[in-house]
Design a protein around this ligand. Sequence first.
Ligand code: FEO
Ligand code: CA
Ligand code: CA
Ligand code: CA
Length: 565
Amino acid sequence: TSVEAQTASRFGFTPIPVQTDGTVHVPEGYTWAPVARWGEPLFSDAEELSQETGMSVTSSDRVFGENTDGMEAFVVDGRQVIAVNHEYVNPRENLPHQDGEVLSADDVLTLQNMQGVTVMEVAEGDDGWAIVVDSDLNRRITQNTPMTIAGPAAGHPLLQTPDDPAGTTVLGTMNNCGAGKTPWGTYLTCEENFNGYFGSTDPAFALPEDYVRYGISLEGRYAYEKFDARFDVSQNPNEPHRFGYIVEIDPTDPTSTPIKHTALGRFKHENAAAVIAPDGRVVVYMGDDERGEFLYKYVSNDVYTPGGPTSALLDDGQLYVAKFNNDLTGEWLALTPEATGMDEAEIAIYTRMAASAVGATTMDRPEWVAVNPVAAEGYCCLTNNSDRGVAPNAGGDETPVNGPNPRAENDYGQIVRWYPSNDDHGARTFTWDLYVMAGNPTVHSDAYGGSSNINEGNLFNAPDGMQFDSTGLLWIQTDGDDDNEGDFAGMGNNQMLAGDPMTGQIERFLTGPKGSEVTGLTWSADKRTMFVGIQHPAAPFPDGEGMLPRSSIVAVKRVDGAMVG
Ligand code: FEO
Ligand code: CA
Ligand code: CA
Ligand code: CA
C-alpha cells in the first residue's frame, strides 16, 4: 500500500468541518444516538424528569446523573457495564421552577444525588444502545455514599470530624471529573474542584492557610453550607481535607464500599492513567487542573501480578511530581519527608505544598493524561492559562513561561508528551516534546498560530479529555471557547479529534452541540461502538424544541459495522 493509503486507513474517517449548531455531527458513514441522558431512570421506580420542576428528590439518586464526564467500560459476566462520572450540576436546569436557587435541604440533597458516579449495565437492541433498567449491576454513588479512606492520610487528625472521629470513613465523592481503570478491572474516579462545595455560615471564620492554596472560600457554589452542616467549614473545618482524592470503585459488586486512596495525593485531580512498569510496579499519572499547578505520578512499591493481591497497590507507594527542563529533559521529583519537610500523611493531604517545596514545574492547567498502549510515551493536555504570571491562589508558585508552557497568553493550550527513560514508566527521568500547540493560523502568524500540525482544517482550542484507542490513535476532546469569533474564529463548537502519534497529523471526527464540552470516551467490548460524553449542552439538546438541555452519553458507530477504535 502507498503511504497515502496507509495514512487514510490510520484514521478511517473523512474529517468534518467545524459546526456552530445545537447538535452532534460525525463523519459520513458514521451515526450517533443518545444512550443515557441526565434524569433517565436506572431503576423502574424512578419518576420521569419534569420539564417544570426537574428531578424529584426521591428519584434523584435513581437516575443517570448530571454533567457526564470521564467514563470506562467493563465486561462483567459477559454483560457490558459503563462507570461514568457526574462532575457537577446546572442549578438553572436542575431547579428550573426556582431559577436555580437552592432554597432547602431537599434542594441540596437533590443536587448531591445527581453528582458522583453511575455504574450501569448497557445493552444494544434493535433501537440501539440503552440503559438496562433495574440491572442488578446498576448503582448510583453520590455525595453521601459511605466510603473508606485508605493510605497515609487515613486516620490523621486533619481528617477527623465529629461524625467520624477515627478519620477513616467519609460520605461521598464530589466533582468527579476524569476517570481511569486499574489493571485489575476497577474504576478510578477523580475529585477535581471539591473546594467549591464548602462555605461558612460564620462570615468571620478565618480561612486556614491550606484552604487558600486549595481555593476553599467562605461561600460555596451551591449554598450547601446553609442546609448541610457537613459543608459548613465553621462547624466542620476538617471536612474539606477528606476530598480531592482518587476513589476506586468495583463495578462488579454494587454492594462494595468505594475506597479513597490518599497515597495518590490531594489536589484538583483530573484523571488517572494507570500503566504497568516493566518490573510490574503500577504507575498512575495524574494532572492537577489549576493554572500553575503540577503533573504527578505515583509508583507502587509492590508489583502487580494478574490474579494476585491488589489491595495495597494504590496505598503503598511513592508520589512524584514532574520537573521539565528547557533542554527537553525532565525528572520525577520524589515527594518524601526528607525532600519536603512534611510527614507521609501531610504529603498526602497538602500535596500541592509538598510539590512546591521540591521545585516542580508550574504548568498550564494539566487536564487528562493518556498513555500510548503501543509505545512508551505519555501525553498530558495543558488546556490553557488565562493569567500567566499571577500565582494561581495565594501560596501558589510564580508561573513564568517555561519549556512545556511556552506562550505567555495561552488561550489555546498544548499537549506535552514525555518518553520515560529506557521505555520504563517507573523511571525517574524522561525526555519530552510538545505533540501539538493549538492555535489559530487564520488569525496569528506567530506562536499563537499553533505548531506545524495545526492547519485551517483542524482548528481547536483547549484540549482537555484524551484517550488512546487500542490501535494507538490518540483521541482529543475539547473544553474551550466556542464563540467562533476573534482569536477563536473558525474553531466552532467543542469537538473531538484524532491524532496520529507518529506523524502528528490531527483530524476532526466529531463536533458537539453549542455550549457543550465533549468529555469522556470509552468503547464497547467489540470496539464497534464508541461512547462519547456531551456535557452541559445548551437547550434543547438532545430532546428537541422547548425541552431542558440534558448532558448525555452518545453512541457513535460505523454504518458498515466496522470497528471504531
Ligand atoms: Fe473537570 Fe479539569 O476538567
Ligand atoms: Ca476536564
Ligand atoms: Ca477543562
Ligand atoms: Ca467540564
